[in-house]
Design a protein around this ligand. Structure first.
Ligand code: KG4
Ligand code: ZN
Length: 336
């Protein structure tokens, strides 16, 4: 069975085809709108919608052609139905449903964060349920006990900014541009991670929740104090901030592994592409099995939606009702 996956929840238009027989992504395309939003310092939802509208169909055509297929050979269409930006979600959902209806094939809405989690199962070796999951993206920071497909117990989450959001805001303070995560990572390579002593928020609390807003403010105050900041101080700020995030994620995750007794850790979401965070988790959790998606499948992509779609074909529909959910807690998913 060939599943076409469509991701449009934010500022990436992602399209891919997953083949359940070869268990491979046979073709994938990604178009990032990031440069369009850069001058505004963040995603402008209306611009995002218009760009998805322009790019999605050509990208689907290209993906199908590069797979050596005809659109009629697609067996099902999966799309992100939430959480995400309303307009972009509507464009993905309406395109997916229209294609499916025209082909008389089923379509299925996918939870974006579940797709970030499940994409790890495509790797070899793959984790097996139950496992602990750390999802770190622009909108979420979640520690989850993933018990089985569709059964996710949220152990902790951010009380304010998501991790990626904190990276983006700190990048704005340092005037690095958008999206901030990769820019901070790049600049931090030249900085000293011990130059500034930033807090490791909530690590003294006996729970698995996070809070990154205060850490971002701490960077802001140091930045203000420096007045005429030079490049090396900027790099030190970036490296020290990144080290504080890495330590915080490690401390919380290590404690969650201890308390749940889970021995496998699955990581997903855009921030999982950060090598400093990857290394901190690998080193600090030695003895446990840790799974990351390949770097290009950490940030939003169509492959994760096509692959997640293959698990949920049995839920697929043949209707045109647009069931998007811009706000959709992962714990609201019910089994299968
Ligand atoms: O998963 P994702 O592509 O979209 C959401 O679902 O939100 O994550 C995007 C977030 C952005 O905040 C971006 O700055 C962050 O992931 N990010 C990174 C890196 N690459 C992307 N953060 C830190 N280091 C990176 N290398
Ligand atoms: Zn995402």
């Amino acid at each position: 069975m060939k599943v076409l996956g469509i991701e449009t929840s934010c500022d990436e238009t992602g399209v891919a085809i997953y083949d359940t027989e070869s268990t491979k992504i046979v073709s994938e395309q990604l178009y990032s709108q990031a440069s369009k939003h850069a001058e505004y310092g963040g995603v402008v939802p209306e611009l995002a919608s218009r760009d998805h509208l322009k790019k999605l169909i050509p990208l689907i055509r290209l993906t199908v052609r590069e797979a050596g297929l005809n659109l009629k050979e697609i067996d099902a269409v999966a799309y992100t139905s939430g959480p995400g930006l309303r307009g972009p979600l509507l464009i993905g959902a309406s395109t997916a449903k229209s294609i499916a209806l025209a082909l008389n094939k089923p379509s299925v809405g996918i939870h974006h964060m579940e797709a970030h989690l499940l994409i790890n199962l495509l790797e070899n070796p793959a984790p097996s349920f139950p496992f602990l999951t750390l999802l770190i993206s622009g909108g979420h920071c979640l520690l989850i006990n993933a018990k089985s497909l569709g059964d996710y117990e949220i152990l902790g989450q951010t009380l304010d900014d998501a991790v990626g959001e904190a990276f983006d805001k700190v990048a704005k303070i340092l005037d690095l541009g958008y999206p901030g995560g990769p820019k901070i990572e790049e600049l931090a390579k030249r900085g000293d991670p011990t130059a500034f002593q930033f807090p490791r928020p909530m690590t003294n609390k006996n729970n698995f929740d996070f809070s990154f807003s205060g850490l971002k403010t701490a960077v802001y105050y140091e930045f203000q104090n420096l007045k005429q900041i030079n490049d090396s101080q900027k790099a030190d700020l970036a490296a020290s901030f990144q080290a504080a995030v890495s330590d915080t994620l490690l401390i919380k995750t290590r404690e969650a592994m201890k308390q749940t007794g889970l021995k496998e850790l699955v990581i997903g979401g855009g921030v999982a592409s950060n090598k400093c965070i990857r290394n901190a988790l690998i080193t600090g959790l030695e003895g446990n099995k840790i799974y990351f998606p390949p770097i290009n499948r950490c940030t939003d992509n169509g492959a994760m939606i096509a692959f997640a779609g293959s698990f949920y074909i049995k839920n697929a529909e043949r209707t045109l009702g647009l069931d998007i959910k811009p706000r959709w807690p992962l714990s609201d998913l019910n089994n299968g």
